[in-house]
Design a protein around this ligand. Structure first.
Ligand code: LLP
Length: 462
């Protein structure tokens, strides 16, 4: 298929930095105005897999990984490792793909940890986060030799006990709140002092002193994360100086920390007006700031770790829906309802996040009306896009929402007992199912009907 690349807004495609595009790098439109991704026509994916469907483009995922790795190799004079923040999208296929690109991984639960290991990620390149890790999660980390991001005193004491029992040493990164404010949604800010994550800066010395006397702990380095969907580079520049200073304290207190983990947070384009920095600019800023701070403070260069999630996967993904009902309220609004909504994409209702949509069978058609794309859930706030200019859209049309690769599948629910969508990975004209669609049986899988409530025998569900 020879067809021009499709960009759903007036702008150029950034092949080097996929976080700056709305659509996957392989998005293209054929002469029949049909949208293709990864060499697959979306209408064919619908015919084969149904809707709603998460579609992930392998080319874009790999380009994003390579953009981070290339930029680090170019701009950071020391060793480095990119850890994929798997909360953005956790699956066996994603873990395997990230491992194949040489990335490590950040897990925040036993579930994400097991997924990563089962997907083939080397446990030595996994870090385990969490402000309230369970005993079982800590055991799992120790069993696999995963680095634990130490979050609080309670966890320190549990680890001390657990390592004692297992006669094992644990590799730690100490997480602290660097006191850096940045402009993003309140729920996704984590670096300011009023955060549930990590130690306060004043607690760092006492923690480091305590660990200096702990034969069970190896302080491998420090960690901080300031927030998510951040467009400004300044907060990350400020973070580097704060963290290098803290590394100096750790050394002064007898540790030999090698790793400095600056977290993730680089934003992506969800709507045309979003203008995030490139991956290279982010890496260059962080690298230069860390190197400069080390130089100024006379500290050796640490191994630089970063934990991008969204900027690695968001724009590689899109969600394919089918339009059902339309409701026109004269003088008020036109609702167009799709066959999914807040259970497969809870971000609009949770964070008032904005998205971009198109009709994949009539790409580039001129917008002639204003519509509100609603989901099918029994909740008025279940709206994916508010008042967007759109071409004429009718029941039965396919509809695509772009940039749903991050924090969609991983945050999906069964609200209203709606099954979670399937996910396919597309590449070179092939589509591979990487998450199967939930079935009606799946929905009933965990329910039990007590004997005394049974009116009649169980009715088989197909
Ligand atoms: N590292 C840590 C410790 C984090 O807490 C996070 C995200 C990341 C890395 C990855 O950040 P990213 O590069 O993806 O910005 N559900 C929200 C986002 C929550 C982010 C939580 N932490 C959303 O849908 O916007």
């Amino acid at each position: 298929m020879s067809s021009p690349h499709f960009c759903p807004y007036e702008g150029d495609v950034d092949a080097q930095s996929p976080n700056r595009n709305l659509a996957p790098l392989t998005a293209a439109v054929d002469p029949e105005r049909q949208l293709w991704v990864g060499g697959c026509r979306l209408a064919d994916l619908k015919a084969h897999y149904g809707t709603p469907l998460y579609v992930l483009d392998e080319t874009t995922l790999r380009a994003s990984c390579q953009a981070y790795c290339r930029a680090l190799a170019r701009h950071y004079p020391g060793e480095s490792l990119v850890l994929y923040a798997s909360k953005a999208h956790s699956s066996l296929a994603m873990a395997a793909l990230m491992a194949s690109e040489g990335l490590g991984l950040d897990a925040v639960s036993g579930g994400e940890l097991l997924t990563a290991i089962a997907g083939g990620m080397d446990p030595r390149n996994i870090v385990l986060h969490g402000n309230n890790k369970s005993w079982v999660e800590l055991e799992l980390a120790l069993e696999h030799g995963v680095t634990v991001v130490l979050d609080n005193w309670w966890e320190l004491e549990r680890l001390e006990r657990l390592c004692g029992q297992r006669e094992q040493r644990v590799r730690l990164l100490i997480r602290f709140t660097p006191g850096i404010e940045c402009h993003t949604h309140e729920y996704i800010r984590t670096g300011h002092l009023d955060s549930k994550f990590g130690f306060d800066p004043e607690e760092l010395d006492p923690v480091l002193r305590r660990l200096a006397m702990a034969p069970w702990a190896k302080v491998a380095g420090l960690h901080a994360h300031i927030g998510s969907q951040i467009f400004a580079l300044q907060p990350h520049e400020d973070l580097a100086a704060v963290m290098v200073k803290a590394l100096g304290r750790a050394r002064a207190l007898g540790h030999d920390p090698k790793d400095l983990n600056v977290g993730g947070g680089l934003g992506v384009r969800y709507v045309a007006s979003d203008d995030p920095p490139t991956i290279a600019a982010w890496v260059r800023t962080v690298s230069a700031a860390v190197a400069a701070a080390c130089h100024q403070q006379d500290q050796p260069l640490p191994r630089l770790l970063c934990e991008p999630g969204r900027s690695l996967v968001a724009t590689a993904g899109l969600t394919l829906y089918q339009v059902g009902s339309r409701k026109e309220i004269p003088g008020v609004r036109t609702y167009v309802a799709v066959d999914g909504g807040m259970s497969d994409n809870p971000r609009p209702i949770t964070y008032q996040s904005r998205y971009t949509a198109c009709l994949p069978q009539r790409c580039r058609d001129t917008a002639t009306e204003t519509v509100t794309v609603a989901g099918k859930h029994c909740e008025s706030g279940d709206v994916l896009l508010h008042n967007i200019p759109f071409p004429p859209v009718a029941s039965g049309d396919l509809l695509v929402v772009f940039a749903t690769g991050a924090y969609n599948a991983s945050m999906a629910s069964n609200y209203n007992r709606i099954p979670r969508p399937a996910a396919v990975l597309v590449h070179g004209g092939q589509a591979e199912l990487v998450q199967r669609r939930e079935s009606n049986q799946d929905l009933l899988r965990w329910d039990l009907l007590p004997e005394h409530l049974r009116q009649c025998g169980p009715v088989p569900i197909r």
